[in-house]
Ligand binder design. Structure first.
Ligand code: AMO
Length: 419
């Protein structure tokens, strides 16, 4: 692994570099070998009678080790090049089965080959950077990272979208979210927790917004606040993560995904009723993707990439969301749209045991398998709330990718579970 800035900072001097052959060009007794490490490339120059021996048998994308001397060279890309003394082929590459022009679904079949293209690798590096930016922001505010089981005795969200699996003679379920567990951590006194981990949804959807397995950023915290305050907290976290991303990968993003460098602006907040009004819909209408896009456009017209919709009807929310005391047909919950697409659902939770059970019954649910979650509320659950954010959606929207597949290393859909 190498970094072009550190080669440049230490030039002139001896270097040993390992990387992939990004490009190879021969001009008589001179050969230019462009070496790549992640997104960085450096030009290596081999000269003299040993050139044929050095370049013999090197194919594009082979993994090689170059020993040589770096020197500042104004004409070279990034102003530095390496004069090659020896080159060792560590692993010769057969020609890649895909290139930049290959159709995205076919590219997805070859993840290792796909990532050799910097434009395909960059979203994954951006995703990791956003993740660490969020982690740092949360850690600095006293949030504790937890890891909760992904095998559960009951569905954690809607029963319809859950994968069941055989589990020693009984049925278990893959976690649709760490919802119950993150709340139980709060009831247990952890005060502020988060988890960044896999969740599973048995949704037979083939859109660019859905996967059957994805990474969810789940946050939960103790304290009396309202949904708009939770949305503001998430907005602050995301702005921080965007800034960290821009400073880590700014020049690469500017080249490939310039939309990632556009400032998101202030958070735009509206009630669900106002959203319906703005769209000319009857109050209480369930909002779909086209509605979200239209709301995103109207927020963008006011300079806001983020739009929070608060006060979502109870009929559209899960049993654990707290209702608004002055309007019990509404919940103290929010959806966060980014550039016109939902990336988050969040809410204040119903923390009063009797009311939680009443809401469960009102939704026609038995709570079977979720007894541990439900009973914990008997022991004095503090007011709390939180949210769940789909990481791939965030990355796709931030970079302007056509779908979450391009924001994922290995994308899972109802029809794709290989490789
Ligand atoms: P929800 O079910 O809305 O809320 O999910 C939260 C966020 O996860 C993302 N998401 C998806 N991403 C890719 N593929 C999918 N199939 C998919 N489904 C959802 C979206 C969505 O906004 N427990 C609550 C969160 C909470 O209240 O804390 C929950 O999971 O970006």
């Amino acid at each position: 692994m190498f970094c072009i800035e550190s080669i440049k900072a230490r030039a002139p001097g001896p270097v040993v570099l390992e990387g992939f052959v990004h490009a190879l060009r021969r001009q008589g007794r001179i050969a230019f070998i462009v070496l790549r490490s992640r997104l960085d490339v450096v030009q290596c120059v081999a000269m003299g009678p040993h050139v044929p021996a050095i370049v013999a048998g090197i194919s594009a994308e082979s993994c090689v080790r170059v020993r040589g001397t770096s020197k500042l060279q104004a004409q070279a890309p990034h102003g530095v090049e390496v004069v090659v003394e020896s080159l060792e082929v560590l692993a010769a590459a057969a020609s890649l089965p895909i290139d930049e022009r290959t159709e995205a679904s076919h590219k997805a079949r070859y993840p290792a080959a796909r990532l050799r293209q910097p434009r395909e690798l960059l979203p994954l590096l951006a995703s990791a950077q956003l993740e660490s930016g969020m982690r740092a922001w949360l850690g600095a505010r006293g949030f504790v990272e937890i890891h909760t089981p992904k095998i559960m005795a009951a569905p954690s969200e809607s029963g319809a979208e859950v994968f069941g699996l055989g589990y020693f003679g009984q049925t278990a379920y893959l976690a649709q979210s760490p919802q119950f567990y993150k709340q139980m951590a709060i009831v247990g006194g952890m005060e502020r927790v988060f988890e960044i981990g896999p969740v599973f949804r048995a949704e037979p959807s083939f859109t660019g917004r859905h996967a059957t397995e994805f990474t969810s950023v789940d946050v939960e915290l103790q304290g009396e606040r309202c949904a708009a305050e939770l949305a503001a907290l998430e907005h602050e976290m995301l702005v921080h993560a965007f800034e960290g991303l821009a400073s880590a990968l700014g020049p690469h993003l500017a080249r490939h995904y310039p939309s990632a460098l556009e400032p998101p602006g202030a958070l735009h907040v509206m009630t669900h009723a106002q959203a319906c009004d703005r769209l000319g819909l009857p109050e209480g209408t369930a909002l779909g993707w086209a509605h979200e896009r239209a709301l995103g456009e109207s927020a963008a017209a006011q300079g806001a990439a983020f739009c929070a919709i608060v006060g979502v009807p109870w009929s559209q929310r899960p049993f654990y969301h707290r209702r608004l005391p002055a309007a019990v047909h509404l919940t103290d919950s929010f959806e966060l749209l980014y550039r016109g697409m939902e990336i988050t659902t969040g809410a204040m939770r119903e923390h009063r045991h009797a009311r939680l059970l009443a809401q469960l019954a009102e939704k026609g649910l038995s709570g079977a398998g979720a007894e541990g979650y439900l009973e914990s509320f008997q022991w004095g659950a503090p007011p709390h709330g939180g949210f769940g954010l789909g990481l791939a959606r965030l990355v796709a929207l931030h970079l302007g990718l056509p779908s979450i597949r391009e924001a994922s290393f290995l994308h899972r859909t109802p029809k794709s579970i290989v490789p």
